[in-house]
Design a protein around this ligand. Structure first.
Ligand code: GDP
Ligand code: MG
Length: 238
């Protein structure tokens, strides 16, 4: 009885927290993404759409004026997520914290990533859509994540399972004329991996982190997947 009461208490007073890793090669836009989220979700409670639009524009200006240096250690931030979509899931979108980990993307730092896999609920993998020279390296990095040994040890112990959490792949820098579009990305070097991942619980979406295009929609998709995946990977309660 005590346990029942205390778990109900926990459920109603604590917030669900989902941990999300932001991964990708260096220079993909990971830190810019994180900085943008901080600005998007930090303050405004005003819901008028005009106000929101002008906020988004000024946020983009703030961001462009910031000097973001290559990440050496790790940046983390926790946001209170609020959905702008009215749906049957709306009530489940309440009381959610998202904790983001932006880990450095340079080659020497990438072997640290797997240490975080056991405690994360989702991954955002950012691709620089203009960096065609490194598409192969980018593909191999994503493949290593998807096939990492750590996923096998997770709860259900299924040796064959590659991954039991969603990966949101973002084709970033779509504002630049030289950016490779989504269709070409999906049919190029990434073709097999992306279709393998999209057949499970993952998705590739086009964004411009700097211009604030596609960010909210992508995040809504990810949160929906995190909620659907709750049975597989329980959130933390904070
Ligand atoms: P990280 O190494 O993955 O953390 O990448 P950063 O966030 O430091 O960004 C690397 C560079 O890409 C910076 O000069 C950013 O301003 C730039 N950048 C990030 N996102 C975009 C975008 O959507 N469009 C454009 N044009 N540049 C971007
Ligand atoms: Mg960085």
């Amino acid at each position: 009885m005590f346990h029942l009461v205390s778990s109900l208490y926990t459920q109603y007073t604590k917030r669900e927290q989902y941990n999300i890793l932001i991964l990708g090669l260096d220079n993909a836009g990971k830190t810019t993404f994180l900085e943008h989220l901080k600005l998007l979700y930090s303050s405004s409670t005003d819901t008028s759409s005009n106000k929101k639009e002008s906020d988004a524009r000024s946020i983009s200006d703030i961001l462009k004026s910031k000097r973001i240096l290559p990440t050496v250690g790790q940046n983390t931030t926790t946001i209170k997520f609020e959905s702008s979509i009215e749906s049957h899931l709306s009530s489940q979108f309440k009381n959610i914290n998202l904790k983001f980990w932006d880990l450095g993307g340079q080659k020497s730092l990438r072997n640290m990533w797997s240490r975080y896999y056991n405690s994360c609920h989702g991954i955002i993998f950012i691709i620089d859509s203009t960096d065609t020279e490194r598409f192969q390296e980018c593909y191999e990095t994503l493949k290593e994540i998807a096939h990492d040994e750590s996923w096998k040890n997770l709860e259900n112990g299924d040796e064959n399972e590659i991954l039991n959490i969603p990966i949101l792949m973002l084709a970033n820098k779509q504002d630049l004329p030289e950016a490779v579009d989504l269709v070409s990305l999906k049919t190029g070097v990434f073709i097999q991996l992306v279709s393998e991942l999209e057949a499970t619980d993952s998705k590739l979406l086009p964004v411009s982190v700097l211009q604030n295009e596609g960010l909210k929609e992508s995040l809504e998709w990810l949160v929906t997947r995190l909620i659907y995946n709750k049975g597989n990977k329980m959130p933390e309660y904070k």
